[in-house]
Design a protein around this ligand. Structure first.
Ligand SMILES: [Cu+2]
Length: 124
């Protein structure tokens, strides 16, 4: 009985492991899967790139990699999206964006000094 329980636990854990590494697909309401586009943004005296073009409705995640210490870029803020994240030095932080409508969406440091933007183009 005890052994059986242990097997169940092990199976459960490996299932969890599989789920955590299954990227870049995400389940949708209709049961289908879609691609997630990941864009890396280096944070070092600014954002590189500081202009990111995506297509309307695209599933996008930004991977911020901060390569500097100091307070200025410690936080990244997306005012229009209500997103504010801490960026520890040298530790990638992935931010999943909601599906965006065409337009421009600014992101900046917590002190409003360093800026970048996401340009969302309409389909077709
Ligand atoms: Cu700043």
């Amino acid at each position: 009985m005890k052994l059986f329980k242990r097997i169940l636990t092990t199976a459960g854990l490996s299932l969890l492991g599989a789920a955590a590494t299954t990227l870049p697909t995400q389940a949708q309401a209709d049961g289908s899967h879609h691609e997630v586009r990941e864009i890396e943004v280096i944070v070092q005296g600014g954002y590189k790139p500081n202009r990111i073009e995506v297509i309307e409705g695209q599933h996008v995640q930004l991977k911020f990699v901060r390569k500097e210490a100091g307070g200025c870029t410690r936080e990244v803020v997306f005012p229009a999206l209500g997103i504010r994240k801490e960026l520890p030095e040298g530790q990638p932080v992935v931010i999943h964006l909601p599906q965006l409508k065409a337009g421009e969406y600014e992101f900046k440091c917590g002190m409003n000094m360093i800026k970048g933007k996401i340009v969302v183009r309409s389909r077709g």
